[in-house]
Design a protein around this ligand. Structure first.
Ligand code: NAD
Length: 359
């Protein structure tokens, strides 16, 4: 297979972790006889510095023409002046919107070897395997905003079609899993949540009689996610709730640096990125955990290129590296932490040596 992949390293640790994932994609191409053309473009703060825009036209055009997009992270103190009119995060929101990427899939399955890094008790983590489907192009992040000297407002809007398509996507994904969807809202307070709950109930009832659906308020969900995480299969929720709940869910896995994501639309290019940000506190030190980005590359192969075996090869290689205790500083507790490059090298070695990738 030949595939064109646009790589958007972004800011902070973004270039460090995407470099690791690019090496892994090239290793997979070599092992399985594919040709991946990888082209880097600017986004975020790096793009503001070079062009004045967080999402240059050239980057968006390249992304539209590509088979898939791999992104690192954007943002950082250099561009975080609250009064700035141009900000890195605008580039991220704009590319998601422009590519129509309304469903953000964030799987969390704690690896036994990394459970020691989680603040949650191991007996609560055993068997946890959940998938958060976060709505990505609507809600308060995209609403009209106002600011005066005395007040500010952010408008949260959802339309019926926006809710229908993401709930439908969650139900379809649940069908390939354990068949249970938890829809998260704040229907006791917010009108958008009451609409969300009505639409989610109708879609599940009319189109997915084989799927069970329950509704959970976001505040109690935040608690149950830690107290009984095994109870959940697919969780579908609106943009901001999903953003917050998945950072919380990363603590089940042990580190924000472990979690991948896939952003998908309707038959268009998909975008793949770790769920973490640009981590300015560790940027440039070569110690960032690259596994979340490497696992995002696996999702890219599975969802955008249909290469399931190749995706599984990467996932097994990361599992195997974790099993062997190949931990970056966010996971290591005893002074044995290795660097981003060493972690990537451990994955590359396992991809190149199929015998080590059992199962
Ligand atoms: P963050 O996710 O960057 O970092 C939170 C904490 O997790 C930090 O202590 C960081 O060192 C650690 N961490 C994150 N990724 C890690 C990794 N791969 N390995 C080891 N440790 C890791 O969140 P933040 O500090 O709140 O935000 C920093 C910047 O990132 C802000 O400008 C924010 O707007 C931006 N941001 C971008 C995205 C994105 O690009 N998708 C997402 C979230 C935040």
């Amino acid at each position: 297979m030949h595939a064109d992949i646009v790589v958007l390293p972004g800011d902070g640790i973004g270039p460090e972790v995407t470099a690791a994932a690019v090496d892994v994609l090239q290793a997979v191409a070599q092992r399985f006889g594919h040709q991946f053309s990888l082209h880097e473009h600017l986004i975020g703060g790096a793009a503001i510095d070079a062009t004045g825009k967080p999402l240059p036209d050239e980057t968006l055009a390249a992304a539209r023409d590509a088979d898939a997009v791999l992104l690192g992270a954007v943002g950082g103190p250099k561009w975080s002046d609250p009064n700035a009119s141009v900000r890195p995060e605008q580039g991220l929101l704009a590319i998601r919107k422009a590519l129509g990427l309304y469903a953000n899939l964030r799987p969390t399955k704690p690896h036994p070897a990394a459970m020691g890094a989680s603040p949650i008790k191991p007996h609560l983590l055993a068997g946890v395997d959940l998938l958060v489907v976060r709505e990505l192009t609507g809600g308060i992040y995209f609403g009209e905003r106002t600011r005066t000297a005395e007040s500010a407002s952010d408008l949260c809007t959802y339309t019926v079609p926006e809710i229908e398509r993401v709930v439908r996507r969650a139900c379809l994904l649940a069908r390939g899993r354990r068949g249970h969807v938890t829809s998260v809202d704040k229907a006791n307070v917010l009108e958008t949540s009451r609409l969300w709950r009505d639409v989610a109930s109708r879609i599940a009832r009319d189109e997915f009689p084989d799927i069970t659906i329950e509704h959970q308020l976001v505040d109690s969900m935040a608690m149950h996610l830690l107290s009984k995480p095994r109870a959940y299969d697919v969780i579908v929720t609106e943009n901001m709730f999903g953003d917050i709940l998945t950072d919380e869910a990363s603590m089940l896995a042990g580190s924000l640096g472990l979690l991948p994501s896939a952003s998908l639309g309707e038959g268009c290019v998909g975008m793949y990125e770790p769920i973490h940000g640009s981590a300015p506190d560790i940027a440039g030190k070569g110690i960032a955990n690259p596994y979340g980005t490497i696992l995002s590359a696996a999702l890219l192969l599975r969802y955008s290129l249909g290469l399931s075996q190749e995706a599984a090869c990467i996932e097994h290689a990361v599992d195997d590296a974790l099993e062997a205790g190949v931990f970056t500083a966010d996971l290591a507790s005893d002074g044995t932490a290795i660097s981003t490059r060493e972690a990537a090298a451990a994955v590359l070695a396992r991809i190149a040596t199929p015998a080590r990738i059992a199962g």
